[in-house]
Ligand binder design. Structure first.
Ligand code: ZN
Length: 202
């Protein structure tokens, strides 16, 4: 049998952003914890991983991760059923939820258009998303894809599909971050901030 610690290090190193050294540090921490009395870290961690692997599926409405067919957001009747926010990943959904600034519903694409990597509209099931928007009668679709080439392409594609059907499509504003100082900003950010300037509400 392979050395269990070495195996743990190899598995941890498969995670994004975790190199071999970080993996070893985490593995030794877990091993140490599992040997100390009263610590249930290793077993709790193992249990949580097994549970995730066995019970998490996709919400049939919005494709958020969930247990049991429909996620808690889609199940929440208090959510605004007129606004739909389209995100690339569940992490993006979580970030928007944490902002507290959006009370509508979501649609998770699980990616962005990247033709060179073989990800086209069919892989993201964009037609099904449009069907959902039309069937559920959303007034506005907020495209919250990332501010990069793939995110831009995805937003443009979605806006064309929905504009044909007369649905309002908006995109998250880009520009100066909170607390940002103009003189330290990169030129793309400054350019975009200027393009997307708006009237000061009075
Ligand atoms: Zn859902």
């Amino acid at each position: 049998m392979a050395d269990p610690i070495q195996k743990l290090i190899l598995e941890l190193a498969r995670l994004p952003g975790i190199g071999e050294r970080s993996a070893a540090r985490l593995a030794y921490y877990i091993v140490k914890a599992s040997r100390s009395q009263g610590s249930s870290l290793a077993r709790d961690l193992a249990g949580a991983l097994v549970q995730v692997a066995d019970s998490i599926g996709l919400c049939h409405q919005c494709q958020n991760f969930c247990t049991g067919g429909k996620c808690s957001i889609c199940n929440d009747a208090r959510r605004d059923a007129r606004a739909l926010c389209v995100v690339e990943g569940v992490g993006d959904l979580r970030a928007i939820e944490h902002s507290g600034a959006f009370r509508g519903r979501y649609h998770v694409l699980h990616g962005a258009l990247a033709p060179l990597d073989g990800i086209g509209p069919a892989e993201l099931r964009l037609d099904e998303m449009v069907e959902r928007v039309v069937a559920d009668g959303y007034d506005e679709v907020i495209v919250a894809t990332n501010n990069n080439v793939e995110g831009d392409a995805t937003a443009l594609y979605i806006s064309r599909l929905l504009a044909e059907r007369g649905i309002r499509v908006t995109r998250l504003a880009t520009g100066m971050p909170m607390g940002g100082e103009l003189e330290y900003m990169d030129q793309a950010t400054v350019g975009r901030a200027l393009q997307e300037r708006r009237d000061i509400a009075s």
